[in-house]
Design a protein around this ligand. Structure first.
Ligand SMILES: Cc1cc2nc3c(=O)[nH]c(=O)nc-3n(C[C@H](O)[C@H](O)[C@H](O)COP(=O)(O)OP(=O)(O)OC[C@H]3O[C@@H](n4cnc5c(N)ncnc54)[C@H](O)[C@@H]3O)c2cc1C
Length: 480
């Protein structure tokens, strides 16, 4: 144990209400693991905080000892930012309380909540918070980074629905950030990630959502161009209630997929309608009838069920690598590049996700929150998902090479929630004209860059610590 961590441990030992886990403790092996199996780091101390006072004590002790510190909510950071080697992890997982205020349609939830904890509480009164599409994702990282999901076209991004934050700053003080108190911090926390402090509580708006209509189908690769052309032309006029998107991938070898398509490139369509179900039926039917779809299903789901549909596709411990970005317009050439890349796809679980943002999320003025670009509606997420370390280079290489081919056709910008750990050079691109303001706010609230294991926004101060410290050996093969 380093001297810094010894100091942190000694300072917390007597009064910490949660648990302090060191490598010799029985629970440590499980507690150190994060979702992405590609990132296996070994912190020297995991402080499982029971309440905001524990968080405050941990921040103060780590700051004073100069210990490298990661903050963890759900541990789903694709880049593995919520762990470190030899340092401290402030683990918020015991802090998962949610309070719902049905009459005024808002909720308060603690900084360690998973999306599932929030949905379970809000759906008991048929309300929903717009967030992501996999229920075991942490709300902390997702909301601070922006947050897209099934309800964004109708109700905006997750960060657009936050009314206030309780935050523990790098000096250990607790502050509130909302439209009246610390408005600069309130602005920065809506999209600026984990750069400004540990959020112990979020206050968010809720919306009435209970039953939704969800249709799916797959279209053979050779019809994908016609399908995506129709989609790209239709979506700018589509009602906000419709979220129609695609996963381009290799068809799984399962029974409900026609034998001639198994293992072949396909466009897997999903069409969700939130609102009047009869009206929605017409849109969903149309989306799944425009070209020759197979394995079509259409079903009414409780919203909570919908939120867990994709859970098993992204299990903990597999290896994941992503690259993401936007298109202002989606050209035929880009579609063909994507479909062609699937011919050499090294893993059947890899996918190219295409979604159309627009709707309420795009109507928020660009300067209203720190979240990056909302003006390029076509959202691209290249996601590799495999299990054998021997396949790391093939899968990472496949994503990098596809991204490099698409990049010249893309608009600048990226949603930080979908960035990998080797993309430091793209953080300023994510924020663009918001970058300098974010750096100025970072300088006020965290001048020494204590919170730096994230998509880092370095402060303007001279004595800035921009290195991510001893976070471990490089996990990604070199960029070529
Ligand atoms: C399976 C899966 C599905 C996903 N689906 C979506 C989706 O639908 N939409 C979407 O927008 N994104 C999605 N993402 C991306 C996801 O939003 C980010 O990976 C996000 O960072 C995960 O949050 P977390 O709390 O689980 O992460 P963690 O790894 O715990 O933390 C990520 C970062 O956020 C910081 N952080 C977390 N909590 C706090 C807090 N309370 N206070 C201060 N800083 C904090 C951490 O320090 C770290 O830098 C998905 C990711 C996965 C793995």
């Amino acid at each position: 144990m380093s001297k810094a961590i010894e100091e942190v441990y000694a300072s917390l030992e007597r009064s910490f209400r949660g648990s302090l886990l060191r490598p010799d403790d029985a629970e440590y092996a499980g507690a150190r693991q994060i979702w992405n199996g590609l990132v296996a780091r070994k912190p020297a101390l995991i402080a499982r905080c029971k309440d905001p006072m524990d968080v405050q004590a941990a921040v103060r002790a780590a700051k004073s000892a100069g210990a490298i510190t990661a903050v963890r909510c759900g541990g789903h950071s694709l880049g593995g930012f919520s762990s470190c080697d030899d340092g401290l992890v402030i683990d918020l997982s015991p802090m998962r309380m949610v309070q719902v205020y049905e009459e005024n349609r808002f909720a308060r939830f603690q900084g360690g909540c998973l999306l599932g904890s929030i949905d379970s509480a809000t759906q008991t009164v048929a309300l929903a918070f717009p967030a992501g599409v996999v229920s075991h994702t942490g709300a902390g990282g997702l909301v601070l980074g922006g947050g897209t999901g099934w309800l964004n076209r109708l109700y905006g991004l997750s960060c657009d629905n936050v009314r206030g934050f309780s935050v523990i700053l790098a000096d250990g003080s607790i502050v509130h950030a909302n439209a009246k108190e610390n408005p600069d911090l309130f602005w920065a926390l809506r999209g600026g990630g984990g750069n400004f402090g540990v959020v112990t509580e979020f206050e968010v708006a809720l919306h009435p959502v209970s039953k939704v209509l969800f249709g799916r189908g797959i279209c053979p690769g050779d019809e994908a161009l016609s399908l995506l052309r129709l989609w790209r032309d239709f979506m700018p006029e589509a009602p906000d209630n419709l979220r129609w998107g695609f996963s381009l991938k290799s068809a799984p070898r399962v029974e409900n997929i026609p034998a001639h398509l198994r293992g072949r490139p396909i466009a897997s369509a999903s069409a969700l309608w939130v609102g009047d179900l009869e009206k929605g039926g017409r849109y969903v039917d149309r989306a799944l009838a425009v070209v020759n779809h197979h394995a079509v299903t259409k079903q009414v789901f409780c919203f909570r069920e919908l939120q867990t549909l994709a859970d098993s596709d992204f299990p903990h411990g597999r290896r994941y690598y992503t690259k993401a970005g936007y298109f202002k317009t989606l050209s035929d050439e880009s579609i063909l590049i994507m479909m062609e890349a699937l011919e050499t796809n090294p893993s059947v679980s890899n996918e190219i996700e295409l979604n159309y943002l627009g709707g309420a999320a795009a109507r928020v003025a660009p300067g209203e929150t720190a979240f990056g670009d909302r003006s390029s509606p076509f959202v691209l997420n290249l996601l590799a998902n495999w299990s054998d370390p021997a396949d790391d280079a093939a899968n990472i290489g496949w994503i990098r090479s596809l991204f490099a081919r698409l990049r010249p056709k893309m608009a600048p910008g990226v949603h930080i929630n979908f960035m990998s750990g080797d993309e430091d050079d793209r953080v300023s691109e994510a924020y663009r004209e918001r970058w300098e303001r974010l750096r100025a706010i970072k300088t006020i609230y965290d001048p020494q860059n204590f919170f730096r294991l994230n998509q880092n926004i370095p402060p303007l101060t001279a004595a800035t610590n921009t290195s991510s410290g001893s976070t471990g050996p490089p996990i990604y093969p070199r960029q070529t």
